[in-house]
Design a protein around this ligand. Sequence first.
Ligand SMILES: NC(=O)c1ccc[n+]([C@@H]2O[C@H](COP(=O)([O-])OP(=O)(O)OC[C@H]3O[C@@H](n4cnc5c(N)ncnc54)[C@H](O)[C@@H]3O)[C@@H](O)[C@H]2O)c1
Length: 276
Amino acid sequence: MLLKDKVALVTGSGKGMGRSIAEKFAEEGCDLIINDLYLDPAQEVAEGIRSLGRDAIAIQADIGNSTEVRGMIETAADKFGRIDILVNCAGGVSGTEGRGNSDTVTEEEWDRVVNLNLKGPFLVTMGVLPYMKKNKYGKIIFISSMGAVNPCVSVIHYHAAKAGVVGLMTNLAFELAPKSIYVNAILPGPVETTFWDALIPQGPARDALFKAIAEKEVPLERIGKPEDIAGPALFLASGLSDYITGQVINVAGGQPLLSHAGTFNIEAYLKSLTEK
Ligand SMILES: NC(=O)c1ccc[n+]([C@@H]2O[C@H](COP(=O)([O-])OP(=O)(O)OC[C@H]3O[C@@H](n4cnc5c(N)ncnc54)[C@H](O)[C@@H]3O)[C@@H](O)[C@H]2O)c1
């Protein structure tokens, strides 16, 4: 059991990577705070974890809202008394449809997307840190994106925010290392989750897009699954990584490795589909 009797908060864990990370942690003996914008999926995940014999609570909170974040952390601390591990996973491009490149992005869109993807992880981390500092121990994992350094679709606000997350991670790792609080980031490549609904609905066109990405962008020639992110997250959350802080792990099927990586343009590909 790599996380025996630890307590972890995983944001956005009602679905996708967050859910997979939470379930993986529970298998390793961890108790969980399941946060999401939506209560029903969070409750479902928490129930599944309790059925494994671990403790779990579901808390509905918007990570971009400081009042809701404060309430979430107070509830979690009342229940468990401490938080050993934080995975800042909630994020995404939901609602950006067609409003992410330099011709279409608006100030309002910038604020909305940066609020979710950069300010949200900042607020949650600042809320959790007093508990970690008190215990002189913590593991913080930020879920950024390969797109922050190697984009294949133009969502400039989202990628800027995800690059900002790497800066936030690096500075916190530097500051908190003497307190045995470890801070690292995972940069996922393309992973099959509802994240992609904002770009293209599920169906044959989406399958064809994934095939094209796998062939043109990913050295391992497949789209990732949420479990592909959960393993590295477990490594960073556990004692196996106790000499690692301030690092970025690309979990992206080998990206960026191909000489043509970064040249595949999803927007141009989608446009070519509608023009056919
Ligand atoms: N899927 C990919 O290809 C991919 C690639 C790179 C990075 N990422 C990043 O990985 C993380 C996880 O994404 P995913 O693919 O599992 O997506 P997902 O859409 O499957 O899951 C995201 C979860 O976060 C929740 N959420 C959204 N906004 C929230 C908020 N304001 N407060 C609390 N919860 C909120 C959603 O309800 C959902 O349950 C995100 O940060 C995303 O940006 C995804």
